[in-house]
Every structure is written in structure tokens, then in C-alpha cells.
Design a protein around this ligand. Sequence first.
Ligand code: ATP
Ligand code: MG
Length: 258
Amino acid sequence: MSDYDTVSADVEREEEIPEDHPRYQDLLTRHRIENGVEKGITHLQGMHAEGRGSAFDYLLGEETIPSADAAERAGAAHLLLADRPVLSINGNVAALVPGEMVDLADATDADLEINLFNRTPERMQAIADHLSEHGAEDVRGLEADARIPNLDHERAKVDEDGIYSADVVLVPLEDGDRAEALAEMGKTEIVVDLNPLSRSPRVADVPIVDNIIRAVPNVTDHARELADADEETLQEIVAEFDREQALEAAEERIRDGF
Ligand code: ATP
Ligand code: MG
């Protein structure tokens, strides 16, 4: 048994995971989801979602492929052009990238809104507290004074001055029904999802097929780099991005390895 085999999934703190481990990102991701479940911010079902994502990431080579980087740049341009950009947070997103979502909101002047598939007041509050601990000043989603049309009651709940009236939304690890319903509302939708065949990326204007732990910091880097770009430049980046090509490139990498 090598040393690596002794790094089981039950490390106490993430610093204990060796950074040179061949599956470092996967161990880190699993560890954060487990912690999220323990803290009451992630639903147990979030672990299954994570497992599916992990398999696709393995096949992608656990790296940001060029088409995903292009999508991340286009997503940054959309967020910078938006009048009312909102970043949606669910239990997995809160567990995996809380501080990174706060940074992205900061870089693009966007609002953060908690939106849960399995919504309970306790989880909503636990996530709001968790985001505050990571520097969020204002978190939406708790009021839930508006509804997304054509969705069942619990999953339709949003804030009137948040997702409901947003023009551009970033919805990472979103379920297909909600992604479709948001697209039908006419919003520009940026989806982060490791499965290019899942419905959510397939209805997105900008499908980002990448692990959220790499995707979000990279969108932020692009946004910071484009902070002084004029509107025309941003519009060009948006226009040049080809969503079909991005989905195809990701599927090809997963199926054929190149
Ligand atoms: P549907 O086809 O209805 O969308 P699904 O299999 O996609 O079903 P969900 O639980 O709705 O199931 O979605 C979870 C999605 O999140 C999966 O597509 C999975 O690949 C993706 N995912 C999980 N972890 C990550 C991650 N760390 N980064 C990016 N995507 C992830
Ligand atoms: Mg899906």
C-alpha cells in the first residue's frame, strides 16, 4: 500500500490532503462536500451530484480545457455587460467555493442569491451564515417573494429584486428543470456543469464544462482582466463564443480523450 492509499476520505482538515496527490482536486472536492453535509449546508443528495461530477472530471483530465476557458471568458464578459447580474448558490456551491463566489460577485458587481432544490429554513440560514463568514455582505434568497413561472412551488422560490429581475444569471450545478425555466424567462444563463450532456448546460447561453473549483476563480480572473475593457470589446467576446462548439469539444474530450 502506498502512502497515497492511506489518504482516505476521512481526513479531518483539508490541509492534510497532500497537494501532490494525483487525485488532489477530487479529494479536496469530496472533503468539502462532506464538511458541507456535516455543517448542514449541503443536502445528502449533493454527494451523489458530486460523484457524478467527479467521474466526468476524471475523463476531462481534471483540467480546464481550452473551450471551457473560452466559455469562462464569455461568462465574465456577460456578467460585466449585465445591468442586474446574479450568482445563484446551492448547497454544493456553498460548500465548494464560498469565498470564490464572493470574489466573483465583487469583480462583476453581482448579487449572491441562495437557491435550494431541497429548501429548508435551517439550510437557508446555515448557508447565509457560511457565506457571511467568507466575506459576503449581502445575501439574497431568504425573502422568496417571487416565483419562477412553470416550476413547482418550492423550487420556484426566488427574490423579486434578485434572480426574478436579473438579466444575467450564473447557475452552477443547476438542475435541468430550473435551468430550462430560467431560460424561458428570457434570462442570459451561464451554467457550470461537468456533464456536457446534462440538460442544464444544453439550455445555457454559456455552458461552462469545468469543475466549479477551477471555473469560478477563472471567471473572476477574466473579469478582473476585462475590468477596463469597453463595451464593444465585451460584446465581441460574447458574439465570438460558440456554445455548440463548446459542448461538442467537451463531449469529444470525454469520449475520445482529445
Ligand atoms: P439532469 O439531467 O436532470 O440535469 P443530473 O444528472 O445532471 O440530471 P443533477 O443532480 O441535477 O443531476 O446535477 C448535478 C450536476 O452537477 C451533474 O451534471 C454533475 O456533473 C455536476 N457537477 C457535480 N459536481 C460538480 C462540480 N464540482 N463542478 C461542476 N459540475 C459538477
Ligand atoms: Mg444536470
